[in-house]
Structure formats: structure tokens, C-alpha cells
Write a protein that binds this ligand. Structure first.
Ligand SMILES: Nc1nc2c(ncn2[C@@H]2O[C@H](COP(=O)(O)OP(=O)(O)OP(=O)(O)O)[C@@H](O)[C@H]2O)c(=O)[nH]1
Length: 332
């Protein structure tokens, strides 16, 4: 299930459950003749149902739907106004479902800000109008509920971020994985077409990786690949991206880089790797296949294929070298 769909479900459930709780309060107050509280609960239920409908209509962009903030601000300020103007015992407890709703639906910072704006007047009125023990119990209950919910939401956000990072990261090298390559390359191609900026790519392969694996084992090879990754990250500039592929191969996307620049960076990478004494393996080298986006390169396959062919050509010409295959010149 995607994040957006999951949020649509959880927002719908949160609005529905809160609407159920508040409508039960409405019925109880009607039964006992507390008409002001009945109308308040009725208005809140209507707003909650509006939130439910809004959730359904914004199901495709749930993560950035701004209407939730407006609906929840309306609910919170309605309750604050009631707490300040009505002398109704027990009304401070109505804040409980709203605290949870704020934190479950809004981004954490917005949710916390709204909770603080709700809690301050509610706690102040509780302390002014109740015996100390009651005020302590109510305030502690409200604060505890807000803290536990905020902690849960923070933990969930953290887990989601980690899962997203894991899905696009190669576990051995820490570079992006092959799955993420095509997606990013297609975006960069579209951006280069739209802006007219040059785009270059490099297919990089560790020379003699079979022999290195035979000599140093799979773990030794993996350690070397992760050290090379760190070195590559130090060499390339911000905006470039690095992908780790199978068989000790890497791929680099270099936006805003023309052929002359590609030659500079490819040579720099080749030299830095060849000149370093690697901790376990000593000297190693890489073959680089380099190409720049040409006129016909509108999809990832052509560009990737040309870079791979150039890398194989570099290997044929002896290890530790770079081979350039230009794309068809881009017409203005
Ligand atoms: N994408 C990319 N291109 C690079 C990088 N390093 C050098 N280049 C290209 O090579 C050209 C010359 O780079 P340098 O020799 O470092 O000269 P420079 O004037 O310091 O380069 P910049 O100020 O980075 O433009 C740059 O304009 C880039 O096109 C890099 O890390 N990434």
C-alpha cells in the first residue's frame, strides 16, 4: 500500500472515530438538556464529516492537502471558544480526541503547534475553575495523551523515512541502487530536454574484479567496493548521483555537464582510484564508459546502453582507462 493510500485510510478512520465520539456527546447533552453543548457537538461533528469528505476528494495528494489544517483549526478554535465562554464542567475532556486528531492528521510540527494552542487555554481554565487535585489530574492526562501520540507519530515518520531510504540504497556500498537509477535518469533526461542543459553519464567498472574476489574473498571485494563508493562521493560534486550495480559496476549521472567537463571528471575519477593504495587490496583500477546526452536520447535505455558499450570499449583498450562515445549533437 502506498504512503498516500495509507494516509487516506488512517485520516478517514481518525475523522470517523472522532465524529462518532463527538456525536455520542451531542446525543448525551441533548438527553440531559444541555442545548449549548449539544449544538457545539453538532457543529464539531459536521466539521469532522467535512474532514472525512475532504479526505476522500484529496485522496491522490493526501500528503500535501492543505484543507486539513483549516478544518482542524476550525475544530480547535471552536472548542477553545466554548471552553472560555461556557461554564460547562467536563468540557476540557473534549480536547482529548482533538489532540489525537491534530497529531494523526497534520505534519508533526503543525499538529504540535495546534495542540499547544488548544492545551494552553484548556489547562488555564481547568486550573482556574477546579480544585487542585482535579486540575492536576486533567492537565496531566491531556499532556500525557499529547506526548504519547506525538511520540508515536514521530516514530512512525522516522520508520517511514528509513524504509524509503532502504528501498533506494544498496546495502553493501551505501550508494543508490539500480532500481532508483532508471527513475532518476529519466527525470534528468526530461529536465535536460526542457532546459537545454547538457547531461552526461559514466558507466564505471572495477577492473579484474573476479581476481580480486578470488584473492580477497567476497567480503574483501565488498569492503573495497564500499571504500571506492566513499572515494567517489568525495570526488563528485553535489547534484551528481552515484548508483551501485551488479558485478562491481557503478553508474554516475552528471547533470549540467558537457563533454569537456565529462572528460575532466572521468580522468579525475580514474586517477584518484588508480593512485590510491587501498587498505586490503593495494592498487586497483577502473574502466570508465562516458557519454553525453545526444539528440535522440529521450529514454534511459539508449543512454545507459551507450555508456555500457563505451565501458566495454575502455576495457578492451586495457584496464585503467576511459572511453568516450559522443551522442548525436543536440540541435537547438
Ligand atoms: N558533474 C561534474 N562535473 C565536473 C566535476 N568536476 C569537474 N567537472 C566538470 O569539469 C569542468 C572543469 O572542472 P574543474 O577542472 O574542476 O574546473 P573548475 O573551474 O573548478 O570547475 P567548476 O567551478 O566546478 O565549474 C567543470 O566545469 C565541470 O563541467 C564534478 O565533480 N562533477
Amino acid at each position: 500500500m502506498t504512503e498516500t493510500r495509507l494516509r487516506t485510510w488512517s485520516h478517514s478512520a481518525a475523522y470517523s472515530l472522532t465524529a462518532l465520539v463527538i456525536s455520542v456527546l451531542a446525543l448525551q447533552n441533548l438527553r440531559y438538556g444541555f442545548y449549548q453543548l449539544f449544538y457545539l457537538a453538532l457543529a464539531m461533528t459536521a466539521l469532522l464529516l467535512a474532514g472525512l469528505v475532504y479526505t476522500y476528494f484529496c485522496r491522490r495528494h493526501q500528503l500535501s492537502a492543505p484543507g486539513h489544517l483549516i478544518i482542524l483549526a476550525g475544530l480547535n478554535s471552536g472548542l477553545v471558544a466554548a471552553v472560555l465562554t461556557m461554564n460547562a464542567p467536563g468540557i476540557s475532556h473534549w480536547a482529548m480526541p482533538l489532540l489525537v486528531l491534530n497529531l494523526l492528521i497534520l505534519p508533526l510540527r503543525q499538529g504540535l503547534a495546534l495542540c499547544a494552542l488548544l492545551l494552553l487555554p484548556v489547562i488555564a481554565v481547568t486550573w482556574l475553575g477546579n480544585p487542585v487535585t482535579d486540575a492536576v489530574i486533567t492537565s496531566a492526562g491531556l499532556l500525557l495523551l499529547a506526548a504519547v501520540t506525538a511520540l508515536y507519530v514521530w516514530h512512525y515518520d522516522h520508520m517511514t523515512q528509513s524504509a524509503q531510504d532502504l528501498a533506494i540504497t544498496d546495502p553493501i556500498t551505501g550508494a543508490h541502487n539500480a532500481r532508483f537509477l532508471d527513475e532518476t535518469l529519466q527525470k534528468e533526461i526530461s529536465r535536460a530536454i526542457a532546459t537545454g542543459h547538457p547531461l552526461s553519464v559514466i558507466s564505471l567498472s572495477l577492473d579484474h574484479h573476479d581476481q580480486i574476489r578470488d584473492l580477497h574473498g567476497k567480503r574483501g571485494l565488498n569492503r573495497l567496493l564500499s571504500q571506492i563508493t566513499r572515494q567517489l562521493f568525495e570526488t563528485i560534486r553535489a547534484g551528481d548521483s552515484l548508483y551501485s550495480l551488479q558485478d562491481s559496476e557503478f553508474f554516475l549521472i552528471l547533470p549540467f555537464t558537457p563533454e569537456e567537463g565529462l572528460r575532466v571528471i572521468a580522468e579525475r575519477i580514474r586517477r584518484t582510484i588508480a593512485e590510491r593504495d587501498w587498505p586490503e587490496t593495494g592498487k586497483v583500477s577502473v574502466s570508465l564508459g562516458c557519454t553525453t546526452r545526444g539528440n535522440g536520447d529521450t529514454s534511459t535505455e539508449l543512454l545507459r546502453q551507450r555508456a555500457t558499450n563505451a565501458m566495454l570499449e575502455a576495457r578492451k583498450h586495457g584496464a585503467d582507462s576511459a572511453w568516450f562515445t559522443p551522442g548525436e549533437p543536440v540541435r537547438a
